[in-house]
Structures are given as structure tokens and as C-alpha cells.
Design a protein around this ligand. Structure first.
Ligand code: ATP
Length: 865
């Protein structure tokens, strides 16, 4: 009987959905339009490609046949030439049309530069037909057109008559320019134009190029007192044990002499007086002592000795590496004439400016670069709903107000003021009761007021937090649909700087409600069947898809009902994460759910290890550091996308897998927020055995669509209210402190489909993001015999495991690019041969061999090497 009911309900739901889809002929037609657009793209792409090849052959042939064909073409119109007697034969490999086209481009227009047109057609054709972006089209077109004009003019200058080098355009340009500027002036101008164009288009670093080809010669030797281009002046008190020097710029060659004195050495530059450090180095001991000038203790020599026996170094405070000045003459006499220093050949070093420039040019790491051309879905994929703005008529407002006032009057409750705020589905009547009226009295009359208003979904908020008024929410007789389009287009959402932005609906005061999932940090969603839960989940996913690049966020979609999330299959290679070697990215099978959740726990542990190694506290700090290239990918660091795990129908999972599911969920809910894993768990059965205390404690943010009983409402929200909602996306969201009523944004199945198509058609990653391997309990043991044939990668794998001291198959998968099964087999073989310890659940296996040498010995002893 109960089963019959369920089937009936399902039937009803299916019919409802079918009618919703059939009613959307508009979106179907837009789908057809899209299919047609794709066809048109393919056809035009193929035509352009053929045209490109055609032009290329015609032009190439023209180079060999132009003298013969030209006589036949000149003085004829196109039609005369094409349709004249077939006896007239041309030499061009592509016949008359080829000869004529090539003549037009090569002779009449731009000469050799015309080949560029064939190139442009090629890249455009490939883009349209194969959706491969060989080069950025707009920029390439611009550069090519400028190039065509320049080369044509350049070749024109090289020739004395019209020919295929520069074409008529080049020749005409040459004629005109030489008449205005003379031939030499014209050549100069054309070179200047080339320079200008190169700078404007590519902005090359000429200095760096120059330095590359003509490396700066190090100054070989300098004499202190020479009035040559001496890099610094010095005043040194050589009788003194104190040595004082001043210098602001590291590069000796850039400093200028200010004074010369044999008693004191002062290094100066730009008139600034910065102290810097001087290091005296005793080569024999290779022992450096650093100190500011005034502190220096010259232990074993006087300054004379220093200048005669010892090397000394000048270390500028601003320098990263010291410039070393070595006295070459060993005269005891420190008089200026004889004292000379040689600047040791130091490695060429870039200035701070150049280094900063280089960092700028290279830029921070951009995780989006792998899919640089990825485009966010466009707003036109979402439908506009006709909004009947004034949702509530004046009469309806008046009548409701009168009813409220009269009902309260019946119970001897006077009110001093009443105000109505119209929302999309609900109007809020705010009441200020007369002095002395007890709030609880009004709250208790909830049902009576509802009865007198003859409306479902009356909710009384007494008092409205922070306002000191009592709110009565009355549903509008004709509720308005809040379109997802209006929410996505809202300024609030578009300008939000959230990490995982979600726009869910509109409040009863018509404000867009957007939040950051990262702050929530997990969501529990409940609602009886057919009340808008699936739409709500789609709205959440769509919000993120409208703001985030595939490199920034991944979804793990768990759908035991098997039908709700299938549409998102299309974005597998962009936005989904899955277990290695799993066929389907959307998980529908309970045992896979358990494996996936445990795998997420492993990912969480790995992420925590990386965070610890990077000395960061959360994913944001970590990714910031990674982006600034402060973390070495060689050491396992990687850019971490956020992972949003969505479970539609949690009750089903708890019923079938119980603790096996609850345990990893609780672990993730407790710990995963800092490393960027966020859970969204939905259920239509919010009973206490599904939403247990442990789950509730870790999900402070909860969403309730309409539920069937006050108890359900209490289970999910810890307060009643969800039982009084009117359905169809009417919802309450509790973020711990207050409960807000929202009308959830409506996004229809065809809209989701269009968005997924839009993303799915774009270039994606080769595969979904791979989660770490999790070997379920059943797969323990491996059953590998020592005598089994070893995998080809066995030795390499042993090396990797020992070097990283981490016995995990996922490490092998990553480092050796192996599939899940093969890596698992090698792990078993490594265990059988005593390289790693036995299986230990979600923990990596112990590595039994400490070093590479020990591994070599171990393997040799076993005759494996
Ligand atoms: N935000 C909304 N605005 C307007 N109508 C809505 C909204 N959300 C849902 N509806 C209506 O309610 C119907 C059922 O919604 P939905 O499929 O999301 O229910 P559900 O709670 O997910 O049901 P189930 O749990 O059985 O899948 C939709 O087809 C739509 O007509």
C-alpha cells in the first residue's frame, strides 16, 4: 500500500516534470538554434580550411607560372577570362580561377605577403571546425594585417617595377614615398614604422636583448686615485683599525668619485649617506666576519696589512651578493698612486629593477592558464520569467490587514501600528502592539490568525530580531517566480568577492540573498518531496558555475536517486572530481559513495600535510603562496581547487550504509573547512536517525524547504516554521543565529542543461580531477605471490616509494602516471617483496626501507636487481 503511494507520487512527479519540460518549447527552440549554430560553425570552418589550402596552392603555383599566365589575364575582366574558350590554358596548378585569384592577390594587391591570408583562413577554419585555438584570433588578425601592409611596402621598396614581391600596393607605396622622402628616406621611414609596430605589439625588452647579445664586461681593474671613470671614491684611514665606507648602489660602475683621500675610504653614490657592511675575508680560513664599519675588528692585521695581504670585500646593505674588490698590488705603501684594486669577476647579476621586471613579466602562477580560453556561461542561457511585479493587489493588502487587526481584536489585542512589506511570495505585516500586550499571546494565536486569513503558510515571528516588532508573514495569492537569471545578474552577486559564491533567492523584503559557502562552511538541506529541494541544489551549483573557473573548484556529486544530477555529467572534464578508474563521475552506487568519502578524507589529510609544509593555516593562504611561486611543485605542492561535495538524498545512504557513511561525513564536516572541502547534504527525510546529533553539530548552516511536520522542522532547524512554508521554493535558511525566509531562485532543467552544454562544449581537462585512491576493506591483502612476474615499473616504483618514504598507490599513480589498478598491483608486489608494510586502512602503508642505498642492497639481495 505504502509502496503504491510512493509509486503514485513518483508518477505524479514524473508527469509534473514532463509537463514542465514540454511547456518550455521556447528553450527547445533555443536548443535547436544552438544545434544549428554548431552545424553552421562546422560548415563554415570546413569551407575556410579548404579556401586556405586553395589559396596556398594557387599562390605557390603563381610563383612558378606567373609570367606565362599574366599575359592571358591582363586586359580581361574576370568573366571574360573565366568563360573564354577552354582552349586557352593556363599554367597555374589550380586552373583559371587559381591563376586569376593568385594574380589578384600577388600582383594587384600585396605580393608575397598575401600568403598571410591563407594562414588567417587556416587558423579561423581550425577554430570553427575543430574548436582548437591555435592562436588568439583578434590579435593574430591585427598583427597579420599590419604585417601584410609592411611587407608589401618593404618588398615594393626593393623592386623597380610591379611584381609579385610587393604587389601593386607595395609598388604604389614605394613610388609615393620616394617622391615625398626620397628612396633613402622611404627606407628609413619603413624601418622606423617596423620598430614602432614591434614596440606597440610586442613591447620587447631591448635592454635585456642587448645584454644577452653583448654581456656587460666586468670592470677588470680600477685605481682609487685615477680620475678616470672610477666607480667610487674612497677615503680610508689606513692607520686606523676602523674602516668606514658608504655606498648606496651596488654597482660600482654607477658610482662617481666624490673625494679621494689616503686616510679614509668612503664609498658614495647619489649623495646619500647609508652605512653598509664591510666583510674582511681571510681566504686561508675561508671564514667570513661581517660587521658594520664602526664595529669591525681587524684581528690579525692593520689596514695596511689588509690592503696588502688580505682580500677584502665590500658588501652593500642593499646587495644580495657582495661585490668583491681584491687589491692586486701588494705594496706596503698605501699611497693613492700605487694602490689599485681589481674587481673580481663576479657572476652577472640583474639589478633589482630588472629582477622585478622579470617577476612581473613571468607573473604569478595562474591556475587558469591550462584552460585560458575558458568562458563563463553567458546570462542568456538563463530564462527571463515574466514577473507580475505587483504580486499583491491593494485590495488583498487591505483585506489581510483588516483580517489581522480584527482577529487580534477578537482576542483583545490592540495594535498601535501595522506595516506591510511585499516580497516575491510572501508579504510581511509588521505589527507594533499596544503597550502592555504580551508577545507570547500573539504567538499562541498563530493558528487562529491563519484560520481567519484562510491562508496556508502563515508564519509569526515574535519579535522580529533587532526590530522590536512582531511579524506576520502572509503568502501572496499569486506568488512571483524568482528567476535564477535575475539573481545571477544582480549586482550583489556579480560584485561579490566570495570564494565560493552562492546566490540562493530573495528575502521577503526582495533583497537578493547571496553568501559564501566557504563561510558557512557546510550546508544541510531538507524538505519534503516536491517542495523545491532539487531546484535549490541546482541553483547552488549554477551559482558557482557562473562565477568560477574549472581550475578553482571541483564538484563531487553523489546521487543515490540516480536521476537528479545526471545533467552535470557533461561538465565532468571541467568541474567534476572522481575516483581513479571510475567510469562515471556522478556517484550513484553506495559502495562507491563510501570509497569516495574515504578518498576525500585522504585528500583532506594530504592537503593538511601540504598546508603544514607550507606553514599556512588554510587553503586561501596556501593557494596565495602557491600563486606567488613560493611553494615548490617538485616537493608535491600544487594549486588546490575547492571541492564541493553534494549529496542528494542522504537518508537513502544512511539507510543502506549507516556508519560507513556517517563516519567520513562527520570527519569531513569537522575538519575539512580549512582545506577547502565543503559538504552540501540534502535529504527529504529529516528524521533524527538520518540527521543525527553528530551531523547536526557540524552543520551550523541549514536550509529547510517545506517539511511535513513541526517535528521535522525542529529536527532540521531546531525551531518550527518549515512546516508552515508554502512549497515551490519557499524556504528558510538558518545560519546559526537567525532564520531567514527566502524564495529560492528557480532554475529549470533545460536551463541547467544549456549551461552544462555550454561548459561541456568548451575545451576541458583530459579527465575529471582524480581523487586519491582509497582501497576499501575488502581489497586488503592483494594476494600477490613473491614468484609472480614483476611489473616493468616495479624498480622505479620502489625507488619512488623509498625516496618519498610514503607507501601509497596514489603517489605511484601521480609520479609514474599509472592507472589505479596497475599502481595497486605494484603496491601489492612491493609488499610481497618487503619494501612496504601491510595495508592500514586510510593511512599510507609503512615504508620498511629507509634509504636508496638500503633499497639497492635489499633488491640485490633478493636478486631483483
Ligand atoms: N524556486 C522555485 N520557484 C518556483 N517553483 C519552484 C521552485 N522550486 C521548485 N518549484 C516547483 O516545484 C517543483 C518541484 O521541485 P523540485 O523538483 O525541486 O522538488 P524536490 O523537493 O526536489 O522533490 P524531490 O525531493 O522529490 O526531488 C518544480 O518542478 C517546480 O515546479
Amino acid at each position: 500500500m505504502a509502496k503504491g503511494n510512493i509509486l503514485k507520487q513518483k508518477d505524479k512527479k514524473k508527469k509534473k516534470k514532463a509537463s514542465a519540460i514540454s511547456g518550455k518549447s521556447k528553450s527547445l527552440s533555443s536548443l535547436y538554434a544552438k544545434v544549428d549554430r554548431r552545424k553552421a560553425k562546422s560548415i563554415s570552418g570546413a569551407i575556410l580550411l579548404l579556401l586556405s589550402i586553395y589559396l596556398f596552392i594557387a599562390f605557390t603555383s603563381y610563383l612558378f607560372s606567373w609570367t606565362e599566365d599574366q599575359d592571358l589575364i591582363t586586359s580581361k575582366t574576370f568573366f571574360n577570362f573565366i568563360f573564354e574558350s577552354p582552349d586557352v590554358e593556363v599554367t597555374n596548378w589550380l586552373g583559371k580561377f587559381g591563376a586569376w585569384t593568385a594574380h589578384l592577390f600577388m600582383f594587384k594587391w600585396f605580393g608575397l605577403a598575401s600568403f598571410a591570408f591563407s594562414f588567417l583562413l587556416l587558423i579561423t577554419g581550425v577554430r570553427l571546425l575543430l574548436n582548437i585555438r591555435m592562436l588568439p584570433l583578434r590579435r593574430t588578425y591585427l598583427i597579420t594585417f599590419i604585417g601584410v601592409i609592411w611587407f608589401s611596402a618593404f618588398f615594393g621598396l626593393m623592386t623597380s617595377r610591379v611584381n609579385y614581391l610587393g604587389g601593386s600596393f607595395g609598388f604604389a607605396t614605394k613610388e609615393w614615398l620616394s617622391s615625398v622622402l626620397g628612396l633613402f628616406g622611404a627606407i628609413l621611414l619603413i624601418l622606423v614604422l617596423l620598430f614602432v609596430a614591434v614596440v606597440a605589439l610586442f613591447n620587447p625588452d631591448f635592454k635585456a636583448i642587448f645584454q644577452n647579445y653583448f654581456p656587460k664586461k666586468n670592470l677588470q681593474s680600477q685605481t682609487f686615485n685615477e680620475d678616470s671613470e672610477n666607480a667610487f671614491s674612497s677615503t680610508s684611514n689606513l692607520d686606523n683599525d676602523e674602516y668606514r665606507a658608504e655606498m648606496n648602489e651596488p654597482e660600482i660602475a654607477d658610482t662617481t668619485p666624490t673625494s679621494a683621500n689616503s686616510d679614509e675610504e668612503v664609498f658614495e653614490e647619489n649623495e646619500e649617506d647609508e652605512e653598509f657592511e664591510v666583510t674582511f675575508r681571510d681566504d686561508s680560513q675561508d671564514n667570513e666576519k661581517e660587521s658594520t664599519i664602526s664595529d669591525i675588528e681587524i684581528e690579525n692585521t692593520s689596514t695596511e696589512e689588509a690592503t696588502s695581504d688580505n682580500d677584502f670585500e665590500v658588501v652593500s646593505p642593499k646587495e644580495q651578493e657582495p661585490e668583491i674588490i681584491k687589491p692586486t698590488s701588494t705594496s706596503e705603501d698605501t699611497s693613492d698612486d700605487e694602490f689599485s684594486v681589481e674587481v673580481a669577476q663576479s657572476e652577472k647579476e640583474l639589478s633589482d629593477k630588472d629582477l622585478n621586471k622579470k617577476a612581473e613579466d613571468f607573473g604569478p602562477y595562474d591556475p587558469k592558464l591550462d584552460l585560458a580560453s575558458y568562458k563563463l556561461p553567458t546570462i542568456d542561457l538563463l530564462k527571463k520569467f515574466e514577473s507580475n511585479q505587483s504580486g499583491v493587489s491593494k485590495e488583498e493588502l487591505e483585506q489581510n490587514k483588516d483580517n489581522i487587526v480584527n482577529t487580534l481584536a477578537n482576542y483583545k489585542i490592540d495594535i498601535s501600528k501595522i506595516k506591510a512589506t511585499i516580497g516575491p511570495t510572501v508579504t510581511l505585516y509588521e505589527i507594533i502592539p499596544a503597550p502592555g500586550v504580551r508577545i507570547s499571546k500573539i504567538k499562541n494565536l498563530e493558528d487562529d490568525i491563519a484560520l481567519s486569513l484562510a491562508a496556508l503558510g502563515i508564519r509569526i515571528i515574535a519579535p522580529i530580531p533587532g526590530k522590536g516588532t512582531i511579524g506576520i508573514e502572509v503568502p501572496n495569492s499569486s506568488p512571483e517566480i524568482v528567476s535564477m537569471r535575475s539573481l545571477i545578474a544582480s549586482e550583489k552577486f556579480q560584485n561579490s568577492k566570495f570564494e565560493l559564491p552562492i546566490v540562493l533567492g530573495k528575502t521577503i523584503t526582495n533583497e537578493t540573498y547571496a553568501f559564501d559557502l566557504v563561510k558557512m562552511p557546510h550546508l544541510l538541506v531538507a524538505g519534503a518531496t516536491g517542495q523545491g529541494k532539487s531546484v535549490g541544489l541546482n541553483a547552488i551549483l549554477v551559482s558557482i558555475l557562473y562565477k568560477k573557473h574549472p581550475s578553482q573548484v571541483k564538484f563531487v556529486l553523489i546521487d543515490p536517486k540516480k536521476v537528479e544530477l545526471t545533467l552535470f555529467n557533461k561538465i565532468e572534464r571541467h568541474f567534476l572530481a572522481k575516483l581513479p578508474d571510475e567510469e562515471e563521475a556522478i556517484i550513484t552506487d553506495t559502495s562507491n559513495v563510501v570509497n569516495t568519502l574515504n578518498s576525500l578524507c585522504i585528500e583532506m589529510d594530504e592537503r593538511y600535510d601540504l598546508l603544514k609544509a607550507a606553514q599556512t593555516r588554510n587553503i586561501k593562504e596556501y593557494n596565495n603562496k602557491f600563486v606567488q611561486r613560493k611553494l615548490n611543485p617538485e616537493k608535491g605542492h600544487r594549486y588546490m581547487p575547492y571541492i564541493v561535495v553534494l549529496i542528494d538524498e542522504f537518508a537513502d545512504l544512511i539507510m543502506t550504509a549507516g556508519k560507513e557513511v556517517e563516519h567520513p561525513i562527520a570527519r569531513l564536516a569537522q575538519l575539512a573547512r580549512a582545506i577547502g572541502i565543503h559538504l552540501i547534504v540534502a535529504t527529504q527525510r529529516p528524521s533524527v536517525n538520518v540527521i543525527t546529533g553528530m551531523i547536526k553539530a557540524n552543520f551550523p548552516a541549514r536550509i529547510a524547504f517545506r517539511v511535513l511536520s513541526k517535528i521535522d522542522s525542529r529536527t532540521i532547524l531546531d525551531t518550527s516554521g518549515a512546516d508552515q512554508l508554502i512549497g515551490k521554493g519557499d524556504m528558510l535558511i538558518s545560519t546559526g543565529n537567525d532564520v531567514i525566509r527566502l524564495q529560492c531562485g528557480f532554475v529549470d532543467t533545460p536551463e541547467v542543461e544549456d549551461i552544462c552544454d555550454y561548459i561541456g562544449e568548451q575545451r576541458g581537462y583530459p579527465d575529471a580531477m582524480m581523487l586519491p585512491e582509497y582501497v576499501g576493506e575488502g581489497s586488503e591483502g592483494g594476494g600477490v605471490d613473491v614468484d609472480d612476474e614483476l611489473d616493468d615499473k616495479f624498480l622505479e616504483a620502489a625507488q619512488v616509494i623509498v625516496t618519498h618514504q610514503q607507501g601509497s598507490a596514489s603517489l605511484l599513480q601521480r609520479k609514474l602516471k599509472l592507472g589505479y589498478n596497475r599502481a595497486g598491483r605494484i603496491v601489492d608486489q612491493l609488499e610481497a617483496h618487503g619494501v612496504i608494510g601491510p595495508f592500514q586502512g586510510s593511512k599510507a602503508r609503512d615504508v620498511l626501507i629507509p634509504t636508496d642505498e638500503a633499497l639497492n642492497e635489499h633488491l640485490s639481495a633478493k636478486g631483483l636487481k
